[in-house]
Design a protein around this ligand. Structure first.
Ligand SMILES: Cc1cc2nc3c(=O)[nH]c(=O)nc-3n(C[C@H](O)[C@H](O)[C@H](O)COP(=O)(O)OP(=O)(O)OC[C@H]3O[C@@H](n4cnc5c(N)ncnc54)[C@H](O)[C@@H]3O)c2cc1C
Length: 403
């Protein structure tokens, strides 16, 4: 953590969050991630109630909505702290994809949808998911969608196939991105976002897609879902028809900052584990792992990378607050791929320092290795963000990119 962006509010809140993590979360997290997630739901429900009692619940939401009322820069710092545990964000109801859906509904849903879905989501009574990516088409080019929503009377009838609908298992609704105007000359105006209640006629969770040997369940899962003549009232449209891509951009801007700060929290925890191991693992009577120059180099490099990543993310959050999402498009692209790669490197080095122990499930590292490799893919793969940033830079040098 850096003092640079610490407000009085954050200074007063940090000890309470830290105490909760130390006393309630760190002691149980390994057991939770190493057994089927549903087995832990009663325990987690209890802990979620405690975070509410202590007024630490939903740091990103306004106080009026039952949250702590932090600014984006303030939330980024709490998000880092919560990221230090695999169940941190979930316990405080600021976990993806729900946090993004809360923002979407807050900004663009009708009063009726807000009452029915946003309020229980903010209270933590239900969960949600977001269905955009399709197995048959490249998700990196999101204007190509095969899922359709056709108007029939007062309904949209949805047909399509999605996957990586994270946390669909156990969700009470999904927000689906579907084509509503296939003939629109602009591919950016063809799709809309529609809220589909779950269960619903024509909606099916086909399976939880196995990830590196683990299908997961409930919150920790990635669903493959099908919509077959699935009817939804037209009033379940979010925002305006044809504005799905604009909404997706609105959802992804702050969302990438949330992910990046969570990743820095993971980096700090993995770094801490790595240093503890280096300082205590004996190679012989006189030497510890940490006496080896190559291990020292990894520690120094990881320290520098994490520090740099944090400042980049906080600076981007600060600029976004001042000037809005559009103004920091390049900065968001830069942090998305930079921090994802720092994360991959730090987890990998921490595992290497642990030797065989690093790949067992006796530490948190293997969980993060399995689950966070994806950081370089979701919310836009590295290559897409690098291309976008480089083009933006080169345009300033007069290079044009048509066709
Ligand atoms: C853990 C996880 C959770 C996810 N959660 C959700 C979710 O909740 N909801 C949802 O809708 N989606 C979700 N996704 C899907 C995610 O958004 C897509 O995987 C992502 O957009 C990439 O699409 P794709 O997998 O189809 O890869 P493709 O588009 O097929 O791309 C494959 C690879 O090609 C390369 N590539 C792509 N485009 C370019 C380019 N322009 N230039 C150079 N190289 C390129 C990249 O290396 C990329 O990794 C999730 C994915 C993961 C892994």
């Amino acid at each position: 953590m850096t003092n640079l962006f610490l407000t009085e509010k954050i200074k007063s809140l940090l000890p309470a969050y830290l105490q909760f993590l130390n006393e309630e979360v760190y002691p149980i997290e390994l057991a939770v991630i190493n057994r089927p997630f549903r087995q832990s739901l009663p325990l987690l429900k209890n802990l979620r109630a405690k975070t509410k009692e202590k007024k630490l619940w939903a740091p990103h939401l306004s106080e009026k909505d039952g949250g702590v009322g932090l600014t984006l820069v303030e939330f980024a710092q709490i998000s880092e702290l919560l990221g230090s545990s695999p169940i941190g964000h979930y316990l405080f109801n600021c976990q993806a994809p729900d946090i993004g859906n809360m923002e979407l509904l807050h900004g663009f849903a009708s009063a009726e949808l807000k009452k029915k879905y946003l309020v229980p989501l903010m209270n933590g009574d239900i969960r949600s998911c977001f269905a955009m990516t399709e197995p048959e088409l490249a998700g990196s080019n999101p204007v190509r969608l095969a899922t359709t929503a056709k108007r029939e009377g007062n309904d949209y009838v949805i047909n399509g196939h999605k996957w990586f609908t994270s946390s669909a298992d156990g969700a009470s609704f999904t927000i689906v991105m579907a084509v509503t105007d296939a003939q629109n000359p602009s591919p950016y105006l063809r799709a809309s976002m529609i809220l589909v209640p779950i269960p619903n006629e024509g909606y099916e969770l086909a399976r939880n897609v196995p990830i590196m040997g683990e299908a997961g369940e409930d919150y920790i899962s990635h669903g493959e879902v099908r919509f077959t003549n699935c009817p939804v009232p037209v009033s379940n449209l979010i925002g305006e028809e044809g504005k799905g891509f604009a909404l997706a951009q609105a959802r992804l801007g702050p969302g990438r900052i949330h992910h990046c700060m969570r990743w820095i929290g993971i980096c700090e925890r993995a770094f801490d584990l790595m240093c503890q191991r280096a300082a205590t693992r004996k190679l012989d009577e006189h030497r510890y792992l940490g006496h080896q120059q190559i291990i020292q180099a990894w520690i120094a490099e990881c320290r520098a990378e994490i520090n740099a990543a944090r400042l980049m993310v906080l600076h981007t959050a600060y600029e976004m607050e001042q000037a809005g999402s559009k103004a920091v498009k390049d900065e968001v692209a830069a942090i998305k791929f930079y921090v994802a790669n720092v994360l991959s490197n730090v987890i990998d080095k921490a595992i290497q320092v642990h030797g065989a122990l690093g790949i067992t499930d006796d530490t948190l590292l293997s969980f993060w290795y399995r689950h966070e490799r994806a950081a370089r893919i979701y919310d836009g793969p590295d290559e897409v963000h690098k291309t976008s940033l480089a083009k933006s830079i080169l345009k300033k040098y007069g290079l044009s990119f048509t066709g």
